[in-house]
Design a protein around this ligand. Structure first.
Ligand SMILES: CC(C)(COP(=O)(O)OP(=O)(O)OC[C@H]1O[C@@H](n2cnc3c(N)ncnc32)[C@H](O)[C@@H]1OP(=O)(O)O)[C@@H](O)C(=O)NCCC(=O)NCCS
Length: 173
């Protein structure tokens, strides 16, 4: 297949997942454990990336994640994921987590993150993903922002590589 000939719209892969929070997922304060929320974010992000690529994807990175407000036992958690930009074999996906107040019919933002997924074949080799077609101004803005974040990530990856090289040899696996 020629590289990047296939194109897919943002809407084609937009994904949603909802969860009712049970006590088994809570910390001592009765709030959703942060690690579980990260798992939900990763899962819904992978759904969007795999739908866009129509292939298995692996998580390459999760950017800075803020826990804006706690999620309580019994809350209805809604997670929405959207591919912001497709590169060659990787895609940036934005995920927003919200709690739905079912009585007031209102959504409260509790967390959001940007994740990068890489499409892989069954042997783990990278697959070229379809280009992303933006249909709205909002999608175009997210597309541009994702390009800027990719540049920042590249600088960060280089910085981490240098840091690893500076570790004492006995720490190298
Ligand atoms: C992610 C992974 C496939 C990248 O493999 P790699 O050999 O480093 O691949 P490359 O350097 O050729 O990069 C492939 C793509 O991944 C992107 N990438 C690699 N590391 C990245 C990172 N840390 N953050 C964001 N993107 C990254 C590259 O930019 C490139 O994108 P492009 O093809 O769209 O330009 C590999 O590191 C891997 O398998 N990691 C483990 C994934 C996993 O197990 N995830 C679950 C974690 S629990």
């Amino acid at each position: 297949m020629s590289e990047q000939l296939v194109m897919r719209t943002v809407a084609e892969s937009q994904s949603e997942r909802s969860e009712i929070i049970f006590p088994a997922d809570a910390n001592g304060l009765g709030n959703l454990f942060g690690g579980r929320l990260m798992q939900y974010i990763d899962l819904v992000g992978a759904m969007a990336a795999s739908r866009h690529a129509r292939a298995t994807t692996v998580t390459a990175s999760m950017d800075h994640l803020d826990f804006v407000a706690p999620v309580h036992v019994g809350d209805l958690l809604i997670l929405k994921a959207s591919v912001n930009r497709a590169f060659r074999t990787s895609m940036e996906v934005g995920v927003k987590a919200m709690v739905e107040d079912v009585r007031e019919q209102r959504l409260k933002h509790v967390s959001s993150a940007y994740l990068t997924y890489v499409a892989v074949d069954p042997t783990g080799h990278g697959l070229v993903v379809p280009q992303l077609v933006c249909e709205t101004d909002h999608q175009r803005r997210r597309y541009e922002d994702a390009g800027r974040r990719r540049e920042m990530r590249a600088g960060e990856t280089l910085r981490k590589k240098r840091l690893r090289e500076e570790l004492p040899p006995e720490w190298h696996l």
